[in-house]
Each structure stands twice: as C-alpha cells, then as structure tokens.
Design a protein around this ligand. Structure first.
Ligand SMILES: [Zn+2]
Length: 219
C-alpha cells in the first residue's frame, strides 16, 4: 500500500557487507535511532554480498526483531546496472523489502529497455537510486515518469552530495511541480558508508520536501 507518510526515512545505507561500508548493520541502525529516524533501510551492494545473501538476510532479519520497538528496519539491496550483473538471480531478492537499481542514468549503464525487461523478474518493491530521470527522458526521448509508473519504480532522492540531480530538483520549481503532479512514489536515502559523516539535516530536509509534495512513499 502506498501513501504519504509523516515518518522520517533513510532508505539507502551501506554496512560492512559492502566493500565500501565501514559500520556494522547494528551501528548504522543505532546511529539512525540516535538521530530520530523512523525507518532505516540497509542496501548493501549485491556484488559485495555475492553468494552470502542468505547470511545478509538472516543478520538483517535479526536486526529487524532486535530493534522493532525503536525503529523500523527494512531489508534492501543496491543492484548495479553498469552493466547489469549477470550472476545475480532476481529470485534472491524475493524476500527483501525492496531493491534499489543504481546509476541507470550513467552512460555505461545497461539500455533502458533491457533494464525494464529485467525489472519484471523482481517481485519486491523496486526503485531507482540516484538517477536523473529528467536526463534520461531526454536521452531516450521518452517520459520517464510514465515509464516508472507503468513499471512500478519508485524514485530516490539521494542526499549524499555526490549527485547533482538532487540539488537541481531542490532549486527547480518546474521539476518539483512535475514530480508533485505525477504522484510517483519516492524514497529518501543518505547513502551512508560511514556514520561519522551522517548528513541528518539534509536527510530531514529531503523528507520534509517529499511530505510537502504529497507524493506517496514506499513505506
Ligand atoms: Zn549506495
């Protein structure tokens, strides 16, 4: 069920299950609790987890249970698209709460139509991480918003500071109006790899923006 939420979410985080993550899942979750986040999503890289996905899932399931009275823990996965990982079986994602496909707007990413075919094999919630959908609309000469609606893809606002599309969205009235009217589901993610650099103020601002637009979220 998709609806607008008052909860503060952070649905993009890396742990030591990722080659570039510095903190354990427990440290990431406890840091989120300390910053009054309501819903935390762990999204380690599929290529780092490899065959260890059942261990990953088991550990995060334990975290869900351990912290259930303090925070909602969602189990996600970030899947690369540059190119698509042939060794990843979409069935391995079936128990997850959601997956994020990353960098589909990158020149080296798989073709949009190949991606949409592949996406059909995933039965959990699916979203596009740090993807400039306006740029993609131009490149493919399509309406990405309609495509995302048709293929049930949510759109992430990634506040890590590494992706300019988010700042463009913050300052571009026209784009915000288009997204507001589209009512596509959205998520907010910090893309944290190290809790010392947790950007909670930017995270709060992005959550407020999603609330003010009135778009549904995946919560
Ligand atoms: Zn990430």
């Amino acid at each position: 069920m998709l609806f607008c939420t008052k909860k503060t979410m952070d649905l993009h985080n890396h742990t030591t299950f990722s080659y570039d993550g510095t903190n354990t899942p427990e440290e990431i979750i406890e840091n989120a609790i300390a910053h009054s986040i309501d819903v935390i999503g762990i999204t380690d890289h599929q290529f780092s987890i490899g065959r260890d996905i059942s261990n990953y899932y088991k550990r995060l399931l334990e975290c869900k249970e351990k912290y259930k009275n303090k925070i909602t823990v969602l189990i996600g996965l970030e899947i690369g698209t540059r190119p698509y990982p042939e060794d990843f079986n979409p069935k391995d994602a079936s128990k997850l709460d959601y997956v994020l496909f990353e960098s589909l707007d990158d020149e080296r990413a798989m073709d949009l139509y190949d991606f949409l075919d592949w996406r059909r094999k995933f039965f959990c919630k699916c979203g596009l991480a740090h993807c400039d959908i306006f740029k993609m609309s131009k490149r493919y000469d399509v309406d990405m918003i309609q495509i995302m609606k048709k293929h049930k893809l949510f759109w992430e606002l990634n506040i890590s500071g590494n992706y300019t599309y988010y700042y463009d969205f913050l300052t571009n009235d026209k784009k915000r109006e288009i997204i507001k009217n589209s009512k596509i589901p959205m998520s907010v993610g910090s893309d944290t790899h190290w809790i010392e650099e947790y950007r909670y103020k930017a995270l709060r601002r992005a959550n407020e923006l999603v609330r003010s637009l009135g778009n549904p979220t995946i919560l």
